[in-house]
Ligand binder design. Sequence first.
Ligand code: HEM
Length: 394
Amino acid sequence: MDFDVSSDWHVADPYGFLRRLRREHPVFRSEHLGAYVLTRHADVRAAYGDPGRFSSEGSLTISRSLTEQTREKLGEHGSFLSSFVANVDPPDHTRLRRSVSRAFTPRAVAAMEQRFRELNEDLLDRIEARGEADFVRDLGHEPSVKLTARFIGVPEADEAFVRAHVKDWFQLFLSPQPAERQLVLADSFLEYLDYVDRLVAARAREPRDDFTSLMTGLIGKELSHREVVELISTILLGGNDTVPNQLGNSVLRLLREGIWPVPPDKLTAAVEECMRIDGASLGSFRYATADISLHGVSIPAGSLVLLSTDSAAHDEAVFAHPDTFDLDRPNADGHMVFGYGIHFCVGAALGRLQLRTALEVLGQRLPGLRLVPGPVVYRKSIVGRGLTELPVKW
Ligand code: HEM
C-alpha cells in the first residue's frame, strides 16, 4: 500500500495506514509521493529542529506533475516561490523571517480580533434568515479572505479577483491536474503575480497602513522586490485557504461530536483539539542535505522527505487514544500542524485567533447548527486537508 493523492482516503481517512507506518515503517519510501515519509512524532519534531540536515530550500516547489508546456509558460516562475520565507534556509531565512515578523507582533494580531468579529457578524446578518447553507462556500471563507485582504492592503473591489486566482494557484501547484487545465491555471497564476507586482508598485509610490507598504518600504534595505511579491502572494494564500479549511474541518468535527455551540470556556481547547485531530496541514516537505540513516533506513542525500504532522498528531506514543476527540486532552497543543522550529508558522497566533472567534460568533448566532446528512468530500491535495462542501442547516 502507498499514499495516493488521487484517492479519497489519502486525505479523508489515512489513519489506519499511518498507524501501521508508525509501527512497522517509521521511515517509509513512498513511490507515489516520490518522498521518504517520517511518521513518528519524535522523528518529525527532530527533523523540523534540524534544518541543517533537513533543508527547506525548494521544499515548496513540489510541482513535479507539471508538463513541459506548462513549465515553459511559467518561465522563471516555474521555480515557484524560490524566495519565499518557508522555502529557504538560513541565512536568507533569518533575514526574511525578521522582516515578516514585524507585521505579526502580538499587538498587531490582537488588533485584528474586533475587525474579524465584525466580518463574521456582518456575514451572518446576511445569511441567518436562510436557515441553510454550504458552510464551505457561504460561511467559512469570507471573513478570513476579507481580513487578509485588509491586512495586506488589497482594495475591496479586487477581493473576488484575488480569491479566484489564489484558488487556481493552489490547484496548479498542490494537486495533480490534466495538461490542458494546467495551462489555464498557469495563465491565471501569471495574471495574479502581475496583479501583486502592480500593488507593490502602487504602495512604493504612496504607502498606506498595510502589510504591502511595510514590506515595500524594506525593498533595497532588507528585502528584494521579488521577495516582497512572493511574500505577499503566499500570505494571501495562507489567509485565504488554510484558516477556512481548518474552520470547515473543525465545524464538521464539533457537529459530529455533538459539541455545539462550544462552551465559551472550552473554545481554546476546541481549537487545539480540532487542529490536532483534523489538521488543515498534512505536513511539510524537506530535502536531505546528507545521507541520513534512521530506524535502519538509508535516506540518500538529495531525497525529498515528508514530515507527516498528520501522523505525528495521531501518534499514540504522545497522545493517549489519539483517534478520540477529547476537549480535556492536556497536551493537544503538542500537535505540529503549524510546523515547528525556525519555520514555525508566523501566522499561528492570527490563525488561532480567527478560529476561536469564528467558533464563538457562529455558536452565538447559529446555536441550532447541524449537518445535512450526506457524504463528506475532501479536496485531493498533497499537503492540505479541506472540504469541498459542507451542507448545514440551523
Ligand atoms: C490554520 C491555519 C494555518 C496552518 C495550518 C498553517 C500551517 C503552517 C505550517 C505547517 C508552516 C510551516 C511550513 C514549513 O515548515 O515548511 C507554516 C509557515 C508559515 N505560515 Fe502558516 N498556517 C496557517 C495560517 C497562516 C496564516 C493566517 C498566515 C499569515 C497571515 C500564515 C503564514 C505563514 C508563513 C509566512 C509561514 C512561513 C514561516 C517561515 O518559513 O519562517 N499561516 N504555516
